[in-house]
Design a protein around this ligand. Structure first.
Ligand SMILES: *[C@@H]1O[C@H](CO)[C@@H](O)[C@H](O)[C@H]1NC(C)=O
Ligand SMILES: *[C@@H]1O[C@H](CO)[C@@H](O)[C@H](O)[C@H]1NC(C)=O
Ligand SMILES: *[C@@H]1O[C@H](CO)[C@@H](O)[C@H](O)[C@H]1NC(C)=O
Ligand SMILES: *[C@@H]1O[C@H](CO)[C@@H](O)[C@H](O)[C@H]1NC(C)=O
Length: 151
């Protein structure tokens, strides 16, 4: 009985820990916020490899002539920079706190950089990644529970 309680407690603690660790991501890692050589695929691939969560921070870091502007999905798709959400940021590095679950869209407004693929979509707290993490924490706690029941 005692071990069951310990196992349940472990499960609750692990689930809580999964939600608590805020991470920091550098856009395109070492390449930074730049015009990708082969178009937007570099940003899509980079973002697909991450599971962004509420309270994570994403850092746009660049050298040379770039900026960062947040835009609507429509403006993102068409690379329109005349209706930005908030100011255009011209100083690197620029940190964005992911404060909610809604997807965020960022483009570079310099010249035709956006058209060349310098834009990124951040999909936050997607149900699939959350499910995957809860599942893996459940598997962990089940292991711990089995271990405790044996000892
Ligand atoms: C920006 O990128 C450069 C080159 O990769 C790196 O040396 C530097 O530490 C980065 N700065 C920040 C604030 O991430
Ligand atoms: C995000 O951070 C705020 C302030 O620290 C906190 O109140 C909130 O619970 C956090 N949200 C998540 C989902 O971790
Ligand atoms: C945008 O820039 C103006 C002028 O510098 C400043 O007053 C305002 O606070 C900025 N808005 C945001 C959301 O940072
Ligand atoms: C984000 O989504 C997760 C999972 O659907 C939910 O638990 C959380 O409360 C949401 N956070 C915010 C700030 O909307």
């Amino acid at each position: 009985m005692a071990s069951r309680v310990v196992g349940l407690l472990g499960f609750v603690m692990i689930v809580a820990a999964v939600g608590a660790n805020a991470a920091t991501y550098n856009v395109l890692d070492q390449l930074g916020w730049s015009i990708p050589p082969l178009g937007n695929i570099a940003y899509r691939t980079w973002a697909a490899g991450k599971s962004f969560d509420v309270n994570d921070t994403v850092v746009f870091n660049w050298t040379g002539t770039h900026d960062v502007a947040e835009v609507s999905k429509t403006d993102y798709d068409s690379c329109t920079s005349t209706n930005t959400i908030g100011n255009i940021t011209t100083v690197s590095p620029y940190s964005v706190l992911l404060s909610g679950n809604d997807s965020r869209y960022f483009i570079c407004t310099v010249s035709n950089h956006c058209g060349l693929g310098q834009k990124v979509t951040l999909s936050i707290g997607s149900a699939s990644s959350l499910a995957a993490r809860v599942l893996s924490s459940f598997a962990l706690s089940a292991l711990a529970f089995a271990f405790l029941n044996h000892s």
